[in-house]
Structure formats: structure tokens, C-alpha cells
Design a protein around this ligand. Structure first.
Ligand SMILES: Cc1ncc(COP(=O)(O)O)c(C=O)c1O
Length: 422
């Protein structure tokens, strides 16, 4: 029965029932974790062959990968990322083990040197603002917060960020210098930007000429189902309207091969790429080419990547479905409660009734289930309605996940009934 249709007495009975279930969880002294967006061990195992049989350390263009050289990466790794990210290889720089590091560096570079050759450094400008689609990725927000950049919440929709609002801010306020985007299987909703959204991004005419879109394509090939979401190429769309320096794209193989031991890439228009390289060449002589070689040797090409990602999907699908089935069965009667149903990526978002997320989080924590902090998916850790919980189903084994979700749905029910009874 829907909670909103229950009398006070019925709600009290329901609360007592859920509390008894909760007490039984407490007695089990659980230690479970649904906070970490990490691959599980089986996923890591499917890439171990990368370490066997790299035939030669010499890359396609004759470079000895054991030695210094090639700032922007080996030719075959550039081609691989070009195919994955749908842009020409000459617009790709292949880098080290983390795309987040590249995003941090891109903000730092813009603060210190400006976002293009000859631009005024952001830190010499009076006020700097970033648009932050919410809920979003906490580590993006941590970067902008660390540099003292003011963050403005932009509501997410299943089509992407609210583009009317994005256009209004970007095209009227010269203090707005950037926007964080995770365009495919967004963290944490799992939404993919619609064609219209990508086109509107590509056509932005910012009030600030040093504005850039930070296009974090972290989940570009991370489909769970054959009828995968399709994302338009921002490179093609921006190029078509002569605006290819409006975006800087980031990606990595962190969740293709090994997080922390993969390879990463930047893609952008020629002017941005040349400018980035002009600073990067002072930062480093070059990234780990042996790792690039290992990756290309193992993944081969875009078809190889897709086949490999199907193996990840086979491991992940049952985990996502475990969570979604539990939500469907247990949370459908709760008011103002919904969840996303992504076809890929690493997360599901649970939207509870307002002012129920922190209480649910605390109840889970006391029962030994760790979730991503309530509020973490918002700038400054503040979810104004205290509604959002990010669920990361990938890391725990299915049996642990089932148990953790049972604790979560029980906690969500308790928090919601307590609120209704207030
Ligand atoms: C949206 C998003 N971007 C970037 C990263 C981190 O990427 P990397 O390992 O390449 O630094 C993550 C990891 O969870 C992520 O969710």
C-alpha cells in the first residue's frame, strides 16, 4: 500500500515492522560497501593477459618505447583513442594513468597561464565561476572548490543538463569559465546527453572567450546492454559550426583495463591541443609509452575494445539488476521516491523524499553499510533537498550486494515513515 494512503496507525505499524528488520541487521554486525565506483576482482582479471607477450618495444612509427620521446603518445594509442572518442588522431594527446589528473592540470593551467595562448590567467580575473550539473561527480567539484572557483548548480535531466539555464549563464556572464560534463552514463545518474543537448553545447557562444566545456567521457564504451545509449560526437558537432576549441574532452582506460594503471587522453580543437602541448612539454618529457604499447597490443582496436567491454558488462549487469529489482520491489510505495535505470556506466541514483537522504545514509552506516556520503554529489557537499544517494553496485559480490541493498531499502523506509509521522 502507498505510504501516502496509510493512516497514522498504519504507518506506525509499518515503522515498527521495518525497525524490527533493521535490528536484525544490526545484530549481524555487517561490514558492506556500496560507496566505491570500482571494478571488482573478476573485472580486473579479464585484463591480466595484457602483461603477457608484448612482442616488441618498438611502436608503429619506429619509436623505441623504452626510451624518452613522443610527448603526445605513440601513434597506435592515438588512433585507438581517436576511434573510441570519435575525433581525428591528430587532435588526441595520450597521457598517463589518470584522466582526473588531466582535468586538474587543465584547471591549474587555465588559472596560471590562461585557457589559450595570450589569455588572461583565470587567477588574475576577479571572479571565476563553473557550472556544475547536479547531481554530479564529487571529484570534479573538489577540483573547482580547491582552486576557489565559485560553483553554480545546474539541474540534470534525462536529456543532460538544463540547457536553457546553461545557455543563459554561459552566453551572458563572462565570469563563467567552464562546465563539468559527463556526457555518457553520467556519474551518478547514468544519463546520456541527447543529440539536441550535444548540439546545443557545440553551438555555445560564450560571453567569455576563455570559457571551455570540460567533457569528461569517462564511460564512453561502458555499455551494459546491446541497445546501448548513443552519444553524438562533440568533436564533429563543434567542428561543423567552427567551434572545435569550445570543448576539452578527457577519457581513460581506468574502467576498461586497470584503474590507476591505465592510459588516458585529451581531445580538443587544434588550437587547444597546441596550447596544452606547449605547457605539457615543460611538465614532462613524455608519458608511459610501454603502457600505451601494452594497451594497444591487448585491446587492438575499437572492435577489440567493444568485445572486451562486453565481458565487463556480463559481470556488471547482474549487479545493477540486483539493485534495481530490490528498489522496484521495496520502494515503489514510498512518496516522491525514484531511481535511475542506466544502460551503462558505474552508478545508479536513488532519489528519496526530501530530507530523507542523510537519515538513510546514517541508518545504513550504523548497520555497517557504507554508501557515498549524502550530499557528495553536489558542490560543497550540500544537497539542498537532501534527497540524493549515489549507489555504486560494481565492487561487492552479488550476495553481499543483495544484503547491502536490503539494509538500504529498510533504512529508506524507516527514514521516509519517520518523516511522514513528523
Ligand atoms: C566521471 C568520472 N571521471 C573520471 C573518473 C576518474 O578517472 P581516472 O581514473 O581516469 O582518473 C571517474 C572515476 O570514478 C569518474 O566517475
Amino acid at each position: 500500500m502507498k505510504y501516502l494512503e496509510m493512516s497514522k496507525a498504519e504507518l506506525e505499524t509499518e515503522l515498527a515492522r521495518e525497525k524490527a528488520i533493521y535490528d536484525s541487521f544490526l545484530a549481524r554486525k555487517l561490514k558492506l560497501n556500496m560507496a566505491r565506483g570500482k571494478p571488482d576482482e573478476d573485472q580486473l582479471d579479464i585484463s591480466v593477459n595484457m602483461y603477457s607477450g608484448v612482442p616488441s618495444p618498438i611502436s608503429e612509427d619506429g619509436t623505441d618505447c623504452r626510451n624518452y620521446g613522443l610527448l603526445d603518445g605513440i601513434t597506435e594509442a592515438k588512433k585507438l583513442f581517436a576511434d573510441i572518442l570519435e575525433a581525428p588522431a591528430e587532435n588526441v594527446i595520450v597521457c598517463g594513468n589518470s584522466s582526473l589528473n588531466l582535468m586538474f592540470d587543465t584547471v591549474a593551467r587555465s588559472m596560471i597561464f590562461g585557457s589559450y595562448k595570450g589569455a588572461t590567467p583565470w587567477m588574475k580575473q576577479e571572479r571565476i565561476k563553473f557550472l556544475c550539473p547536479v547531481p554530479g561527480y564529487d571529484r570534479h567539484f573538489a577540483i573547482t572548490e580547491t582552486f576557489g572557483i565559485e560553483m553554480i548548480n545546474i539541474p540534470m535531466t534525462p536529456e543532460g543538463p538544463d540547457m536553457d539555464l546553461v545557455e543563459r549563464y554561459v552566453e551572458s556572464d563572462p565570469a563563467v569559465k567552464g562546465i563539468w560534463c559527463v556526457p555518457k552514463y553520467s556519474n551518478p545518474d547514468g544519463y546520456t546527453y541527447s543529440d539536441e543537448t550535444v548540439r546545443r553545447f557545440a553551438r555555445l557562444r560564450p560571453a567569455a572567450d576563455d570559457f571551455r566545456i570540460f567533457w569528461d567521457n569517462a564511460y564512453v564504451v561502458h555499455d551494459l546492454y546491446d541497445d546501448a545509449d548513443k552519444l553524438l560526437s562533440i568533436y564533429d558537432e563543434a567542428k561543423a559550426v567552427g567551434n572545435e576549441n569550445i570543448f576539452i574532452m578527457f577519457a581513460s582506460t581506468s574502467k576498461i583495463t586497470f584503474p590507476g594503471s591505465g592510459i588516458s587522453a585529451i581531445v580538443s580543437g587544434k588550437e587547444n591541443i597546441d596550447f596544452i602541448k606547449s605547457i605539457m612539454t615543460v611538465q614532462t618529457i613524455g608519458y608511459d609509452k610501454m603502457n600505451m604499447l601494452r594497451h594497444v597490443n591487448f585491446l587492438r582496436n575499437i572492435d577489440g575494445v567493444r568485445a572486451h567491454m562486453k565481458r565487463h558488462a556480463d559481470i556488471l549487469r547482474p549487479k545493477f539488476e540486483t539493485v534495481l529489482t530490490a528498489f522496484e520491489n521495496e520502494l515503489s510505495d514510498l512518496p516522491n521516491t525514484s531511481w535511475t535505470n542506466p544502460k551503462g556506466g558505474y552508478f545508479i541514483t536513488l532519489y528519496l523524499d526530501s530530507f530523507c537522504a542523510s537519515r538513510t545514509f546514517e541508518l545504513c552506516k550504523s548497520a555497517g553499510v557504507t554508501l557515498t556520503n549524502a550530499g557528495a554529489t553536489f558542490p560543497y557537499g550540500k544537497d539542498p533537498e537532501d534527497r540524493v544517494l549515489r549507489i555504486a553496485p560494481t565492487f561487492p559480490p552479488v550476495d553481499e550486494l543483495k544484503l547491502a541493498v536490503s539494509v538500504l531499502v529498510c533504512s529508506a523506509k524507516i527514514a521516509t515513515i519517520e518523516k511522514l509521522l513528523k
